[in-house]
Design a protein around this ligand. Structure first.
Ligand code: RBF
Length: 167
C-alpha cells in the first residue's frame, strides 16, 4: 500500500500562496484530544509559517466531530473569515456510530461550505484504530493538520481570484 511507504504531508512540489492576507477559523473536536491537538498544532504552525498572523486565526473547540459542522456554521455566520478548517478524529468501534458520524460530518461540512460560499476544509481522520490516527497526526505518515491548512490557504486564494476576476 502506498501509505506504508510515504509521508503523505510532503508539500515540496506544491505552491502555497502567502496566507498573510487571509483570516482563518479552526474548529477542533475534543474527542480523541491527543490526536486532534496534534492536528491543530500542525495546522496552526503551517498557517503561521505561510504568513498568517495570530490575530487572523480564530480557534474554537467543539465536543466531538459531529459538532464540527455546527461550529463551522456558527463561525461563518458571525465572523468574516476566508476559510474554516475542521479538525477531528473518528475511530472505528464495535458499533455503527463510526459510519453515522463520518457521513454526517462529511455531508455537513460540504453543506456549510455551499451555504456560505466559503472554503470549509475536511481535516477529519477516520481510522480503524488510535495507532493509524497518530501515524497521521505528526507520526510516520505526516500530519493531516498541515494538509488541511495547505488546502485552506489554496482555497482561500482560489476564492479571492474568482472574486476579483483573476483567472
Ligand atoms: N466523536 C469523535 O470526534 N470521534 C469519535 O471517535 C467519536 N466516537 C463516538 C462514539 C459514540 C458511540 C458516540 C455516541 C459518540 C462519539 N463521538 C465521537 C462524539 C460525537 O462526535 C458527538 O460529539 C456526540 O455524539 C454528541 O453529539
Amino acid at each position: 500500500m502506498a501509505t506504508q511507504l510515504k509521508n503523505l504531508s510532503d508539500f515540496s512540489n506544491m505552491a502555497i500562496p502567502d496566507a498573510g492576507i487571509f483570516r482563518f477559523g479552526i474548529v477542533v473536536a475534543q474527542w480523541n484530544a491527543e490526536v486532534t491537538g496534534a492536528l491543530y498544532n500542525g495546522a496552526y504552525t503551517f498557517l503561521t509559517k505561510h504568513g498568517a498572523t495570530e490575530a487572523n486565526i480564530l480557534t474554537i473547540e467543539v465536543p466531538g466531530s459531529f459538532e464540527l459542522t455546527s461550529g463551522a456554521d456558527m463561525l461563518l455566520s458571525d465572523v468574516d473569515l476566508d476559510a474554516v478548517i475542521c479538525l477531528g478524529c473518528v475511530i472505528k468501534g464495535e458499533t455503527p456510530h463510526f459510519d453515522y458520524i463520518c457521513n454526517a460530518v462529511g455531508n455537513g461540512i460540504t453543506n456549510v461550505a455551499i451555504k456560505h460560499n466559503k472554503p470549509v476544509v475536511f481535516g477529519v481522520l477516520t481510522t480503524l484504530n488510535l495507532e493509524q490516527a497518530l501515524d497521521r497526526a505528526g507520526g510516520k505518515h505526516g500530519n493531516k493538520g498541515d494538509e488541511a491548512a495547505a488546502t485552506a490557504i489554496q482555497m482561500a486564494q482560489i476564492k479571492r481570484n474568482i472574486t476579483y476576476g483573476r483567472f
